[in-house]
Design a binder for this molecule. Sequence first.
Ligand SMILES: [Zn+2]
Length: 236
Amino acid sequence: MNLRVEQSGKWSRFYGFLVDPATVKEYCLRCREESRKIGRPSSRAMNCWKIVARFDPDRREDVWKWLENAAETYPWLTGELTDGILILFFQKGRSEMWRFREYMIGEWCKRGLLPYRGSYFIPYRRGGVYYDSEYGPWRTWKVEYYDLTGELKRKAESINAICPYDGAIMEKHGNKLQCPLCSFKIPLNVLYEVLEFGQAEYELKSGPYKNKIYRIKAIDKDRVEALEYSPCSNSS
Ligand SMILES: [Zn+2]
């Protein structure tokens, strides 16, 4: 067994053998305390990333098997599992989460755990879900609480993008960039994430491109590129 498992109600918590469960709990406790005290997501929250994946409850055993396997290569793996939801914790920052997620996408495609209900998207986020109700959507945290000069916000307002479908220059419409020809959209929040980390991935939930996934990348200071991303047919 590569994972230690603790039962907590209907959730199973698991820890890779390099992880001390006490430090994980301590991290979350301190994060909540500190965030409450300073009135914004603490540096711990800013550094904490989660993958929140859904899967068919009938495939729970397959997900366990995959986790056991993954923990051999990634002994710091930590998270929670119930029938249908898997949450993975990454408390050492974005790049660790992103690297693991790339690996996970490939594995879940291979094992037929994707798509789930027609979607190939594996959601990820910063900090705890419950923080959004107190501090707003996670993609806005950097801009709202840690961008004291307003530089990121200004950059996001003036960014340019070209529609991947028809080459039209996308226009600002409230809190998104939108193609004037085909109504393809990039939410402003996603641009914040791109400015902070160089790239972001999101899925459109409605409209003509429903359930399509996009990777947005920074090309230079004031330009981003949007590419449709098909996890189980692309090799990278
Ligand atoms: Zn378009």
